[in-house]
Design a protein around this ligand. Structure first.
Ligand SMILES: NC(=O)c1ccc[n+]([C@@H]2O[C@H](COP(=O)([O-])OP(=O)(O)OC[C@H]3O[C@@H](n4cnc5c(N)ncnc54)[C@H](O)[C@@H]3O)[C@@H](O)[C@H]2O)c1
Length: 338
């Protein structure tokens, strides 16, 4: 099945409305899911829609949350998301951080009692569009073994940094700390395809390319102990610091229905002109130009900065129809009629 993104958005809004979200919240969720499909990240798009709806039905995601925003200073806020769907909590958080940064130079917003919010880069792009720099952290359910440990504990805990570039294409580094993101393994398990070598171990600690065995085993962090350290840092910033779950207590949204996830997120937005004034634009352009002009290895046409590839993909996909796999088409049909 193929569908135009605008039609898909309406379909998703309708599904979330049927699951008791108000229209504003349903639109926020639909926009985030459609964005994931357009950005070429289907592992964070429709493939999760049924999971969100299941968790709403089981009262683990609160469709009518009373979200509290505690103002700590003109720059800093602490949000208790009241088990809202992560998209809604993150939407409020990034908007608050952007507003605070515009007024004071810096916006720091911590969120607790939230859930999976999809792609960090989606929120980073919103800050960069307003000509701001941004760093975003979130923790996630156990998937990656800490360096030296036999058990998964860290999530794929993405690290995200965005900045204006002086051009229309934002710099957005948005990367999991695992060799591969868990959503991609889930999609491979669903489609019966193999995962690359060196990204996961089975439950006996043996390397595997079988996605199902990888889901039962552990994922490997990027760059050994360095990646493990970065994952730990994200768990501290988004879990320990915010009041969210941490230390492996975030529940797997697909398999653990014993309680809400209580994920934590941290959003840090800054004015890029804080230290160098209006020179920032000139300096960032110069920086990118220097790197792009470097001699290239064979078969590389252009040195890309992070986010450039995703931006190009997104622009191309806007003109195409979104392809929906059969099993997801069935989910959409059932969820629309539930
Ligand atoms: N909410 C969660 O719990 C959660 C957990 C993990 C991941 N995620 C999301 O999953 C998404 C995918 O993560 P990922 O690690 O698979 O991303 P990825 O490996 O596709 O990309 C990582 C980064 O590398 C950049 N990049 C890729 N190819 C490049 C190239 N040739 N040159 C220069 N830069 C390049 C990308 O623009 C991106 O910034 C992210 O958006 C992340 O936020 C979410």
């Amino acid at each position: 099945m193929k569908i135009k993104y605008k039609q898909l958005r309406l379909l998703i809004i309708n599904i979330f409305r049927k699951h008791n979200l108000n229209l504003t919240h349903a639109k926020i969720c639909a926009d985030a899911l459609v964005n994931a499909e357009l950005a070429g990240a289907p592992s964070h798009g429709l493939s999760r829609l049924k999971m969100y709806c299941d968790r709403i039905q089981k009262k683990l995601i609160n469709p009518e949350p009373k979200i509290k925003i505690k103002k700590i200073s003109p720059s800093i806020a602490h949000i208790d998301a009241h088990n809202a769907i992560g998209f809604v909590a993150a939407d409020i958080a990034i908007k608050t951080a952007i507003n605070n940064a515009k007024k004071t130079g810096i916006g720091l917003v911590a969120v607790k009692n939230s859930g999976h919010y999809g792609l960090s880069g989606y929120y980073a792009a919103q800050a960069v569009k307003k000509n701001l720099m941004v760093m975003i952290f979130t923790n996630a359910p156990p998937a990656v073994a800490p360096h030296g440990a036999l058990k998964s504990l860290f999530g794929t805990n993405p690290i995200c940094f965005g900045t204006p570039t002086g051009s229309k294409i934002p710099f957005i580094l948005d990367t999991s700390i695992s060799m591969i993101n868990r959503g991609k393994i889930r999609v491979a398990a669903r489609d019966g395809t193999k995962i690359p070598e060196g990204v996961a171990l089975d439950k006996f600690g043996k390397p595997t390319t079988d996605a199902k065995k990888a889901l039962e085993g552990v994922q490997l962090p990027i760059a050994g102990f360095r990646g493990s350290g970065l994952a730990w840092m994200v768990d501290i910033l988004s879990g320990v610091f915010t009041g969210g779950n941490h230390g492996g207590k975030v529940k797997d949204p697909f398999t653990d229905f014993t309680g809400p996830q209580n994920i934590g997120h941290l959003f840090f937005v800054m004015k890029p002109n804080l230290f160098v004034g209006n020179n920032f634009n000139k300096r960032i352009k110069e920086n990118i130009k220097i790197i792009k002009k470097l001699p290239k290895i064979k078969r590389v046409k252009e040195i890309l900065y992070p986010g450039q590839n995703k931006y190009n993909k997104y622009r191309k996909n806007l003109k195409k129809e979104i392809i929906i796999p059969e099993n997801i088409k069935e989910d959409l049909r059932k969820l629309s009629n539930s």
